[in-house]
Design a protein around this ligand. Structure first.
Ligand SMILES: N[C@@H](CCC(=O)N[C@@H](CS)C(=O)NCC(=O)O)C(=O)O
Length: 195
């Protein structure tokens, strides 16, 4: 399997870390979507990473679907309360990432083109979702699985790209949890700051 990957993409990092945690042999192909490379576009017409190309040539896109595929391949249970809790946590963290990425992109536009309205909406969505994550889901984040990996990648992306979000000050329990999991060797070896 070949994974189109960017070191700064938290969605790609999540997929790679899940694959590693399941002991899968995944070849990483570095790709910057902004280069508009033919190979990535052939794998994903949306020109986004991650995209997973299977040995039989099939391409899978969208990180939640790739994660589901990897779990299925590994024979992990995909039913029951824990499974749906994990999916719910991933939906929340993916939503935080979508808002965070939109903010990062908006931040790169000329001031005259920026929308204060949308920036406020995205920041509020992130703030509410982080509070929800801490209050509702923190006690479900124990073993290193799809939900914990997604959460760790999301929190680290906020530290990396939006340090002014200061989630660690606002959510000390989440910060303590992150302090414990962020020592994972695969997590350290996929640090986006090394890109
Ligand atoms: N929903 C997608 C989001 C992927 C995504 O937005 N990736 C970004 C990098 S972090 C990208 O490739 N952006 C390029 C573009 O939007 O043109 C997923 O979960 O895989």
């Amino acid at each position: 399997m070949k994974l189109y990957y960017s070191k700064t993409s938290p969605y790609a990092r999540k997929v790679l870390l899940l694959g590693k945690s399941l002991g899968m042999d995944i070849e990483v192909v570095l790709a910057n979507p902004l280069d508009n490379g033919e190979a990535l576009i052939a794998a994903n017409p949306l020109n986004k990473v991650p995209a997973l190309v299977l040995d039989d040539g099939r391409c899978l896109i969208d990180s939640p679907i790739i994660c589901e595929f990897l779990l299925d391949m590994a024979g992990r249970p995909r039913s029951g309360d824990d499974y749906f809790d994990n999916l719910q946590i991933q939906a929340i963290t993916d939503g935080i990432l979508d808002a965070a990425l939109a903010l990062v992109m908006e931040g790169r536009r000329d001031d005259s083109e920026k929308s204060a309205y949308w920036q406020d909406r995205w920041r509020l969505a992130i703030k509410r979702a982080l509070a929800h994550l801490e209050q509702r889901w923190l006690d479900k984040l124990h073993s290193w699985n799809s939900a914990t990996i997604a959460t760790a990648c999301t929190l680290d992306y906020l530290l990396f790209r939006l340090p002014d979000v200061t989630w660690q000050d606002d959510h000390p329990a989440l910060a303590r949890w992150f302090g414990e999991v962020s020592g994972n060797a695969d997590f350290l070896s996929t640090n986006p700051r090394d890109a």
